[in-house]
Design a protein around this ligand. Structure first.
Ligand SMILES: *Cc1c(COP(=O)(O)O)cnc(C)c1O
Length: 220
């Protein structure tokens, strides 16, 4: 089942669009089924759960952190991830940078941008993100590589609304690239989940984060 979904997704995804298998709340056995089907990139949203899974999975797994990262967990997580997709404040970014420098590693991150209208979602507002790059504040980073943006669409059945949210995320990414053409490796647009990944890809996503479509419903 899991293996079939992984293979089907890899067939359906256009070239250049990477798949993050979102494995939060699923047991290691399920992750191993995906791994055996060729999946190497997994997304987790809780630090504790990530730390339980890392030693239980093969060493070549690339772990993406996709949840809200509390500042008191930053020191622990540094060096453990291939990508932190959910940098949602400048304070968090600066802390990641400080701890990465201290640990002697470079941490790759995405800036989470908040376009959905729900109150509960984390992320930079579009204008905050543009101000960050307009002021070129990234130049002060010593051990952090900003690789692109991550975003979520509004949680609604209104697919035109979802499409507009994705288009906005992509347009923010494009504007940052125009504003700072010297930003190297700023190439990732992570958007699209189980229910909307096709739409996200149509609107310019090159990284989708798919959970329940692969692993089934989560048992919270
Ligand atoms: C849980 C989660 C996903 C995956 O959601 P599905 O609907 O199960 O595909 C993607 N992105 C983030 C940030 C998540 O927290």
């Amino acid at each position: 089942m899991v293996a079939d979904e992984i293979r089907r997704l890899h067939e359906e995804l256009p070239e250049g669009v990477r798949l993050v298998a979102v494995s939060k709340f699923h047991p290691v056995e399920a992750l191993m089924e995906a791994y055996d089907a060729g999946q190497r990139c997994f997304g987790e949203s809780r630090v504790q759960e990530l730390f339980e899974k890392i030693p239980a999975m093969p060493a070549d797994v690339k772990w993406h952190f996709i949840g809200h990262l509390q500042t008191n967990k930053v020191r622990q997580i540094i060096g453990k991830t291939a990508l932190i997709e959910s940098v949602d404040s400048e304070r968090l970014l600066d802390l990641i940078d400080r701890e990465s420098e201290r640990a002697g590693v470079v941490t790759r991150v995405l800036m989470q941008v908040h376009v959905a209208r729900e109150e509960t979602k984390f992320g930079f507002l579009p204008e905050e993100l543009m101000a960050y790059f307009t002021d070129r504040r990234f130049e002060s980073l010593k051990a952090t590589h900003i690789c692109g943006v991550m975003g979520m669409a509004s949680n609604t059945d209104d697919m035109e609304r979802v499409r507009r949210d994705f288009a906005e995320i992509r347009s923010i990414f494009n504007r940052v690239n125009e504003l700072c053409p010297d930003l190297r490796g700023f190439d990732t647009v992570s958007m699209g989940m189980s229910g909307d990944w096709q739409l996200a890809v149509e609107e310019g996503s090159n990284m989708v984060r798919v959970g329940s479509l692969i692993f089934g419903p989560r048992q919270y």
